[in-house]
Design a protein around this ligand. Structure first.
Ligand code: SIN
Length: 319
């Protein structure tokens, strides 16, 4: 006897972004306003969604209505709390989040670090506003629904332009084209083709940060301040002393190449460390990761770009 398919509930949380953006003209792909349409409106605009759900049900909630360049810690906390709420319910199979592309990778990594669940959380987005002649949001949302409903999906994932990325590897690499994300050397976790998911490697479960519970409870205004600095030609080290004087608790430095740091910045960072500021090193290179111990600074968890290393250091400092 064949088992009847288990009917599940899936939750879609809206946060804004270009996927919810509108422009005055259908040909305008850049002069639009992000975060204008509600998440229910986005779902209503996906042709074939009901058929694709095969009897599963959807619930949606608007968590924020932001251009994701303005993403903040309080919204992250609210999002994580709503994910925790829904994922804790036995009939809920997973959560999809509609998000702007600009900081999607940071939100994905934050959620990966704080959500203690084996159920999938899938972020999706669009590079064109909903009013475009051919918007990419509806297809991305449909693909995200295929991924969240897939029995092999685990942890926090991002879906864009038919590719599935892990929260750890995903990075926005292009300001305009529809396929704006890359997983760099790691490659995508999989693909969505005609509504079917093809996994590159279904293994490797995500890791939750030991201080996840603190991030969900501590008021976001009290989260430790961690800033990202870049080493570059002519780096002015006064930015470090200014940040230390202003009370920064952690600094992530995106070094050149294999984590080399301008000599003036290096001495200012050493001084900051003696004043109790936590410093972590990563690379400003878009691909690859630090090899060996390139500078007299503690390295960030391997493979994280500066913005994700900032999330992890902030969580480290919550302990
Ligand atoms: C945003 O990140 O909210 C705007 C840009 C985008 O979604 O592509």
């Amino acid at each position: 006897m064949v088992d009847a398919k288990k009917i599940q509930k899936f939750v879609v949380l809206g946060t804004g972004g270009t996927i919810a953006g509108t422009a005055a003209s259908a040909s305008d792909h850049t002069g639009y306003t992000a975060g204008q349409l509600g998440v229910q409106h986005l779902l209503d605009a996906v042709p074939g969604l009901n058929d694709a759900l095969q009897g599963d049900s959807l619930v949606c909630e608007q968590i924020a209505q932001l251009d994701s360049k303005d993403m903040d810690h309080a919204t992250w906390q609210a999002l994580a709390q709503r994910c925790t709420h829904w994922l804790g319910q036995s009939d809920v199979g997973g959560v999809v989040i509609t998000h702007g592309t600009d900081t999607l990778e940071e939100t994905a990594w934050f959620l990966q670090q704080v959500l203690s669940t084996t159920k999938p959380v899938v972020l999706t987005c669009a590079m064109r506003p909903a009013t475009a002649l051919t918007p990419d949001g509806p297809q991305n949302l449909l693909d995200a629904m295929a991924v969240v409903r897939d029995p092999m999906a685990r942890g926090v994932l991002a879906v864009c332009a038919g590719r599935i990325h892990s929260a750890r590897a995903v990075q926005k690499v292009h300001p305009y084209r529809l396929d704006a994300f890359s997983s760099g050397d790691a490659g995508p976790r999989g693909w969505v083709e005609q509504g079917r998911v093809r996994w590159a490697d279904p293994g490797s479960w995500p890791v939750v940060h030991v201080h996840a519970h603190v991030a969900l409870a501590l008021p976001a205004d009290n989260w430790p301040w961690v800033a990202v600095l870049h080493s570059h030609a002519g780096t002015d080290a006064r930015q470090v002393s200014a940040l230390v004087a202003a009370g920064v608790k952690g600094l992530v430095v995106a070094g050149t190449g294999n984590g080399t740091v301008h000599h003036s910045l290096l001495s200012a960072l050493a001084e900051a460390q003696t004043r109790g500021v936590a410093v972590r090193l990563t690379t400003r290179c878009a691909e690859g990761q630090l090899v060996g111990q390139p500078a007299a600074l503690q390295t960030a968890p391997s493979g994280l770009n500066g913005y994700k290393a900032r999330v992890s250091l902030m969580l480290d400092l919550m302990g």
